[in-house]
Design a protein. Structure first.
Lengths: 258, 180
């Protein structure tokens, strides 16, 4: 099993895009805004460069390259988890009440999903390839579900996530979901699907990185919006609102009595 | 495997839904006068449920018996069609009231430095219940006492939501006066 010229070309474009993303992040000092996400991008770029070197030295189909490729994939999972957590915190933590509720919910969901991923991969431990694909599928699914939960919470409480963060979330979530589908297809079709799996993996990542570059380049016009109603405003607005709500309640009671 | 593919399909649809909604939705105002105007507007506009007594009258057993005895079959059919139209119009208005109050309640909660988890859970389930009754009423025949009971419940849910919002606003007021 060898990589084709197209694979090499796609891979080169992918690494180039990652380098551009990294440079743009450094240039706009995006790492100050989202340090863990920036760390994740830097680690992926370094892992990619090292993998190029390993394939060149040991050959693509060698056992050493196989082990290295999956080990590097595993190493990037930690920073990715941190990046997902950072995006959740950044979006919701200015809203203290919602964040107090949301972090428990998100942590609970993360634990459940990780346990599921662990159990699923343990049950398919007899073959290395199946084990790795199942583990990867479970972890990708966990990342996607957590990001969707974040979007659901912000939608429910009408919390506005700033455009750059929102684009990073969309990109990360869509990419994870495409990887889940890719892993499923790979498991079903086995080696017949290898070339396609590789191409889909690389192209979907390129699209994601392009979205991230666009997100990082977006001008930051405002910091994360803080809750508009401070205590003083509540004290001025709340009585008026309460009187109106009470009036609505009284009218309802009249309807039911009458 | 098929289950995973279906799950991913649902999750992708959800992602698209959030993407589309975020582009469309108007967020609450961020400064003092605008916030006050927005809250007042939301409350003033949530008033469709005032027409409930008339709707209840239109669905009453007495009216139905009267029409059954006195009207021709063609007139009865017309009366039924009109009645369905009126009730659906009322339901649409009721849903509008509910969604306004619900949004207001959520926004108020998002601005609160501390959430009351019981209140939040209750509001969430109220929303689920309201939507179930709403769907049931939309599809139900309008000739039964069961429809009236459902209408009672659905309308009560709107009132209940108003009460929850009041409680949340009170909690925020109290926190505000403690913290300055």
């Amino acid at each position: 099993m060898q990589l084709t010229h197209t694979d090499y070309l796609l891979w080169a474009v992918s690494t180039g895009l990652q380098a551009v993303l990294f440079a743009v992040m450094a240039w706009t000092r995006f790492y100050r805004r989202l340090p863990y996400f920036s760390l994740y991008v830097a680690i992926v770029l370094a892992a990619d460069a090292y993998l190029w070197y390993a394939y060149h030295k040991y050959g693509f189909a060698s056992a050493a390259s196989f082990t290295l490729a999956w080990s590097l994939q595993g190493i990037t999972l930690g920073p990715r988890g941190l990046a997902v957590g950072e995006l959740c915190r950044r979006a919701l933590s200015p809203y203290r009440g919602v964040w107090a509720l949301a972090w428990r919910l998100l942590t609970g969901a993360a634990i459940l999903l990780l346990v599921y991923a662990g159990l699923a991969s343990y049950s398919s431990r007899t073959r290395v390839a199946t084990f790795i694909l199942t583990a990867e599928r479970g972890l990708e699914l966990a990342a996607a579900v957590l990001l969707l939960l974040l979007l659901a919470i912000s939608h429910y409480y009408r919390i506005e996530i700033l455009v750059p963060e929102r684009l990073l979330i969309y990109g990360l979530c869509a990419w994870s979901l495409v990887q889940v589908l890719n892993d499923v297809a790979w498991q079903v079709l086995a080696s017949r699907y290898f070339q396609w799996a590789n191409k889909i993996h690389v192209i979907s990542y390129q699209v994601t990185v392009a979205v991230w570059i666009y997100a990082v380049l977006r001008p930051v016009t405002a910091e994360q919006p803080q809750p508009a109603m401070n205590a003083a405003l509540y004290n001025r607005v709340a009585p008026a609102v309460n009187v109106r709500l009470q009036a609505l309640n009284n009218r309802l009671l009249e309807i039911f009595k009458g | 495997m098929i289950a995973t593919v279906l799950l991913v399909g649902v999750l992708l649809a959800l992602l698209f839904f959030f993407y589309a909604r975020t582009r469309r939705e108007r967020k609450p105002a961020q400064d003092l006068p605008a916030a006050r105007a927005w809250i007042t507007d939301e409350l003033l506009l949530a008033g469709h449920f005032r027409y409930y007594p008339q709707i209840r009258q239109a669905l009453s057993e007495a009216d139905r018996e009267y029409i059954a005895k006195r009207a021709t079959p063609a007139a009865r059919r017309r009366w039924k069609a009109e009645r369905r139209k009126v009730v659906r119009g009322f339901l649409a208005g009721l849903k509008e009231d509910y969604v306004r109050l619900e949004k207001l309640g959520r926004t108020v909660a998002s601005l609160s430095p501390q959430l009351n988890q019981a209140l939040e859970r209750e509001r969430f389930w109220l929303g689920v219940r309201f939507r179930v009754w709403y769907a049931a009423l939309w599809a139900a025949p309008l000739s039964s006492q069961w429809t009236l009971r459902l209408l009672d419940r659905t309308t009560a849910a709107v009132g209940s939501m108003a009460k929850k919002t009041t409680t949340a606003m009170d909690a925020i007021s109290e926190t505000g006066s403690h913290t300055g």
